[in-house]
Design a protein around this ligand. Structure first.
Ligand code: ATP
Ligand code: MG
Length: 336
């Protein structure tokens, strides 16, 4: 449970679509473990979704599904604060203050900004540009030090640390600690898409992304379509990226002896990619199906989901209010 002596952890996932294997291994898997050891704040980042989804008619369904998927993966609302970003109004206030110390030149050079404007040239809104500022507000609002995220978020964390240092330098007060990206392994994770182009993603590459909600046959179909070739012709050849990716996916869900067998086959030039993909597909089905079924059941229980949201918002707001008081004082907004 929440305790003053434990490190504070914060992370979020946008309700922009179905959660996928990358969200699980880059983020959720760590969340589930961290809730046992730390003071954790995990949110469904609905305000962040507004930067790319101007149409909000599906937002409610998306939020309940993403929340249900969090719970199905093993998050316990009694062990962590699990909440919706928009329920914590203090976020918007801190976002405003941080906007005063965020430099536009740096924001314009952010990789995710450049990627997103390529995808939506007709809607290059200021929210998209200041996405890393809002993300820093989410984290700093709880004075979190550890941020479990995938590799794609590394640059945003660097920016958040920059804001902390700039805030402390400008206003003093040492309100915020520097936050760092966190993963239990040694490196941050990037789960590649099945077509070998980029990462699995909620809003891109949908046919090359394995969703936690995919039916068994869909999983099989997607895995069988993954790019391969006719196999190596020389023993111990380095693997091309798209083959490396298949091995990487196998390492996430398959047994060590299975992986070892295919490694040996590869090095001996006897590998049959069809067999490898069939094996991978079955292991993926075994991994994903129980999460999918659990999430479907939880999503039907709207009373329970409402209770979870209210409970989470209360915890998150208590923490946010304490931080905002210190923040206003540090800036000098306390006039009486
Ligand atoms: P979108 O396409 O809408 O940006 P997304 O799939 O990138 O969706 P986010 O909500 O942006 O998901 O990110 C949620 C968390 O999942 C972050 O911690 C992010 O680093 C992690 N994540 C997303 N994709 C991957 C991936 N392919 N591998 C590892 N981690 C990932
Ligand atoms: Mg993303």
């Amino acid at each position: 449970m929440q305790s003053v002596n434990k490190e504070i952890v914060m992370s979020g996932i946008r309700p922009t679509g179905f959660l996928h294997l990358g969200n699980y291994f880059g983020a959720l898997r760590n969340f589930v473990r961290m809730q046992e050891e730390y003071n954790c704040f995990f949110m469904v980042a609905d305000l962040h979704a507004l930067t790319t989804l101007p149409d909000t008619k599906d937002l409610k369904t998306n939020i309940t599904r993403v929340l249900a998927e969090h719970l199905a993966c093993g998050l316990d609302p009694n062990k962590c604060a699990l909440y919706c970003q928009s329920h914590v109004y203090e976020t918007s206030e801190l976002y405003l203050y941080l906007n005063m110390i965020a430099m536009v030149g740096v924001l314009e050079k952010t990789t995710t900004f450049k990627d997103k404007i390529r995808l939506q040239p007709g809607n290059i809104n200021a929210g998209l540009l200041t996405y890393p500022v809002l993300q820093a507000a989410d984290i700093l609002l709880h004075r979190a030090k550890l941020v479990p995220v995938g590799k794609d978020q590394e640059q945003h964390l660097e920016m958040a640390r920059d804001y902390v240092n700039r805030f402390n330098h400008r206003y003093g007060g040492e309100v915020f600690p520097e936050p760092f990206a966190f993963n239990y392994g040694s490196e941050l994770i990037k789960v590649p898409s099945l077509d070998g182009a980029g990462k699995m993603s909620k809003s891109e590459n949908q046919y090359a992304t394995l969703y936690l909600s995919d039916p068994d046959d869909q999983i099989r179909k997607k895995v069988m379509k993954a790019k391969t070739d006719s196999g190596p012709t020389e023993p111990n050849t380095p693997k091309p990226d798209y083959i490396e990716n298949i091995f990487l996916l196998m390492k996430l869900v398959s047994a060590p002896d299975v992986i070892k067998k295919f490694e040996e086959d590869y090095n001996a030039c006897t590998i049959r990619y069809g067999d490898m993909k069939k094996q991978l597909a079955e292991d993926m089905v075994r991994f994903i199906a129980p999460i999918r079924e659990k999430a479907e059941a939880i999503q039907q229980d709207t009373d329970y989901l409402k209770k979870v949201m209210i409970q989470g918002a209360e915890k998150a707001r208590a923490s946010a209010q304490a931080t905002m008081q210190l923040t206003r004082e540090a800036i000098g907004l306390n006039y009486y």
